[in-house]
Design a protein around this ligand. Structure first.
Ligand code: FAD
Ligand code: NAP
Length: 348
């Protein structure tokens, strides 16, 4: 994990704790060079890019096109151009989504182009590749601490392809590899639903494993700056305490001074059996139920695919076990919490 702090002095950027920052990355120069080498094309060849007009091919590869993702359009194009297209066509069949995902793992777009030795013009590549999209990151600071500083908590995506060549995501390595004075184009994506409680006496429960902890660092800074005295409880989880306890010093200090009332951690790989944040929620179910009865707001941030669903299940189980509710009543209770905006999520 890396924490990045931007100095926004001299811009009109404003934000609130809970907002996300959109980052517009450029592709890695080494990857652009690899694309030029693999396609055998001239860096200066003019290509048309939607919204950007005519630009040199190298600039299109660097700034405007998504040159990493293996999309169905790219595979179809490669299949059409390649002589041996049978395997690729099979991957594109609608009933073969798992096969495609499995095949794509450990490959990037340039690996596919190289593998099939596809020849096409710069304009054709510009037509088949999608536009490069900005990436969103939860803001991990409060403007009440310093309105000109915006922090992010970023997990950097790096891996090796099938041939052991270094590959990575577009935006997180762009941030990680940027020098200290790099200007980074950003914008604020507002999240009006995702704010710390406005009321000074409303307790707050936060569930933020992995980079999901990001906004809660901002929430805690905000409550501290406002002098809100209500209790705050954070559940944090990662793989190993020794290497992945993000913000350990900051969170421990907040705990010592009382801004953070409880900090429960779940380090999943420090013991034989996996322990996750929802296991800690269940262990402390009676207290958690008590906090909810006291009007606490319940926040979840991080992985949407599994964690958020499992935490939702744990919440319903706690309502059943400690609130004496039946399955349907517990579901209705959790639904009402969400309708009352006391159960809010920012998951991705
Ligand atoms: C609202 C919101 C808030 C977010 N907040 C945060 C945050 O606070 N912190 C944070 O770190 N992220 C956050 N994200 C995620 C972030 O936006 C990016 O998706 C993330 O940083 C990856 O972007 P990237 O450009 O580095 O990688 P991309 O270029 O998008 O590449 C990622 C892709 O690489 C592929 N990949 C990974 N490993 C392999 C492999 N071994 N083989 C083949 N392919 C592989 C996967 O398909 C993966 O989808 C948030 C997202 C949203 C929507
Ligand atoms: N699509 C996916 O399959 C997938 C999976 C994970 C993360 N992601 C994405 O990867 C990015 C970065 O992730 P991250 O750095 O925030 O960390 P993360 O990968 O979400 O992991 C953080 C912690 O959560 C644990 N965890 C795994 N499954 C869980 C579950 N069902 N419930 C609760 N905790 C669980 C992990 O344990 P273990 O690793 O030991 O199991 C780890 O200790 C995010 O964008 C996230 O959405 C995607």
């Amino acid at each position: 994990m890396r924490r990045f702090t931007f100095d926004t002095s001299g811009t009109d950027l404003t934000y609130e704790a809970g907002d996300a920052l959109g980052v517009r990355p450029v592709n890695a120069p080494a990857l652009v060079a690899e694309w030029l080498a693999v396609t055998g094309l001239d860096a200066e060849a003019a290509v048309a890019v939607d919204g950007a007009g005519e630009v040199p091919f190298a600039e299109a590869l660097s700034r405007h096109l998504d040159i990493t993702r293996i999309t169905p359009d790219l595979l179809r194009f490669v299949a059409e151009r390649a002589h041996d297209d049978h395997a690729l066509r099979r991957l594109l069949r609608p009933d073969n989504k798992d096969g495609l995902a499995q095949w794509s793992w450990g490959r990037q777009a340039v690996d596919v182009v190289a593998e099939y030795g596809v020849r096409a013009s710069a304009g054709e590549w510009a037509g088949v590749l999608r536009r490069l999209q900005p990436r969103l990151y939860s803001i991990s600071s409060s403007p009440l601490v310093d309105p000109r500083r915006v922090s992010l908590t970023v997990s950097v995506v790096r891996y090796e392809n099938l041939h052991g060549r270094a590959r990575g995501g577009v935006c997180s390595p762009f941030l990680a590899d940027a020098g200290p004075d790099t200007e980074v184009p950003v914008f604020v994506q507002r999240s009006p639903h995702f704010r710390p409680p406005a009321d000074a006496s409303t307790p707050m429960v936060m569930v933020g494993p992995g980079t999901g902890v990001a906004p809660f660092v901002g929430f805690l800074q905000e409550r501290r700056a406002l002098g809100h005295g209500a209790p705050n409880w954070l559940f944090f989880g990662e793989q190993h305490r020794a290497t992945d306890f993000y913000y350990e010093d900051e969170l421990t200090a907040l705990l010592d001074e009382g801004t953070l009332t409880r900090l429960d951690t779940a380090f999943s790989r420090d013991q034989r059996n996996k322990v996750y944040v929802q296991d800690r929620m269940r262990e402390h179910g009676p207290e958690l139920w008590h906090w909810l009865r006291d009007g606490a707001r319940f926040y979840v941030c991080g992985d949407a695919s599994r964690m958020a669903k499992d935490v939702d299940r744990a919440l319903r189980d706690i309502a059943m076990t400690h609130g004496g509710l039946g399955e349907a009543e517990a579901a209705a209770y959790v639904k009402q919490l969400a309708a009352d905006k006391r159960y809010v999520r920012d998951v991705y």
